[in-house]
Design a protein around this ligand. Structure first.
Ligand code: ATP
Ligand code: MG
Length: 361
């Protein structure tokens, strides 16, 4: 267990696009949080300028010993990777997945809820209790296992395969994490999402393992949905959903939808957890590099702030985490918004407002 009050070493990787802008804002907020904590929160940051610029100069997104470096930290605070002149699959595999997979961050956790002051595009969602979800994404294999290939590249008879790989061990561990998460929440409800009607092996095993693990969690109510029907349920009956577990691909898509339904992709957070705590976990806003707004100073930093709050909670700093969430909620209540939420504020305005709330206590 992690004791509060101990020093936490945090590696920051801004990455590309608006990544460095929102991570810098996040670090500023975390510094203010520590300064106003009466000595109970002790954070130490080391910044790494890894990403597409480094790749273009050296052919690598992170140095050879980059992973060993990261292993010396308690957590990683990550921005985004992806540049207009580097193919997305190269940058994603070059940095984000190059960290998540070897560090065994197999549980990708994405809470979504309506923060008062922000409006949902759904007419039925007007109060926080109408939309309060945690989406848990399998983060180590599945459709993004990287297995496959292309034969006769470029020819008319070219065949490309992208093989989904599911192992019982990995499905079981994500399922256990999902059930445990559902158990920790008031409604104790877990929706297991698959597409096992159209696929015959991997997702049928998901269903088998879900049933097996459910026996260890008799107090959790489990239901099952096909992913296509799940998109309908998310938009038509959002109050009926609590905790959700899905594969790497399905949860990737569902959590983008969830972020949009909660108001903006700019506010949604993510934790990439190694629940065994053998390796540092990584915290990042759900959004990408957003090159259309890079350098304009209008990126919404709230997704990075909320991710920082998740990081503090993971580090055992529940009080500081709650204090940061309260500051975020207060500025949302005052409609201190960047343009994605319909406001006119800059990244700096929002950051300053959160820092002021923290100083006010
Ligand atoms: P990736 O492939 O890395 O997921 P993407 O191009 O799919 O990236 P984003 O970079 O997340 O998607 O951007 C999608 C849209 O949302 C863009 O129009 C972008 O400007 C907007 N957006 C994303 N993040 C933010 C933010 N923090 N603040 C304001 N707008 C944002
Ligand atoms: Mg995207």
């Amino acid at each position: 267990a992690v004791r509060p009050g101990t020093r936490h070493r945090i590696a920051t990787i801004g990455g590309d696009g608006i990544g460095p802008e929102v991570i810098q804002a996040g670090v500023k907020v975390l510094h203010t949080l520590a300064h106003t904590s009466a000595g109970t929160l002790d954070l130490d940051f080391v910044d790494f300028d890894w990403g597409s610029d480094l790749y273009k100069r050296t052919g690598r997104f992170l140095p050879q010993d980059g992973l060993d470096t990261l292993r010396q930290f308690d957590a990683i605070f990550f921005g985004s990777v992806g540049a207009p002149d580097v193919p997305d699959h190269i940058s994603l595999w070059g940095l984000r997945l190059a960290i998540c997979q070897p560090l065994q961050q197999y549980a990708n956790v994405r809470p979504t809820r309506l923060i008062p002051g922000i409006s949902s595009p759904l007419r039925s969602v007007t109060a926080p209790s109408h939309l309060d979800w945690v989406i848990i994404r399998e983060n180590s294999e599945g459709e993004y296992a990287g297995h496959g290939g292309r034969s006769h590249s470029g020819h008319d008879h070219e065949v490309a395969t992208e093989v989904s790989v599911f192992t019982r061990t990995a499905v079981r561990r994500i399922m256990r994490h999902a059930f445990a998460t559902a158990r920790s929440r008031p409604r104790k409800t877990l929706t297991v999402v698959t597409k096992s009607n159209a696929q015959r092996y991997g997702l049928v095993m998901w269903d088998d393992v879900a049933l097996e693990v459910s026996r260890d969690f008799p107090d959790v109510h489990m239901d099952r949905m096909l992913v296509d029907a799940m998109t309908v349920r998310m938009t038509m009956h959002p109050q009926s959903i609590d905790t959700v577990v899905a594969t790497n691909l399905h949860a990737d898509i569902l959590s983008d939808l969830a972020a949009a339904l909660a108001g903006s992709i700019g506010i949604a957070p993510t934790a990439n957890l190694d629940p065994t705590r053998a390796n540092p976990s990584m915290f990042e806003p759900i959004h990408g590099s957003a090159f259309d707004i890079t350098g304009k100073g209008t990126a919404n930093p709230v997704g990075a702030f909320w991710s920082a709050a998740m990081m503090l909670e993971w580090l055992g700093e529940a009080d500081s985490s709650a204090r940061l969430m309260r500051a975020i909620e207060r500025i949302c209540h005052q409609a201190i918004f960047t343009p994605d939420l319909g406001g006119k504020c800059t990244t700096d305005d929002v950051t300053e407002a959160v820092c002021n709330e923290l100083r006010r206590k």
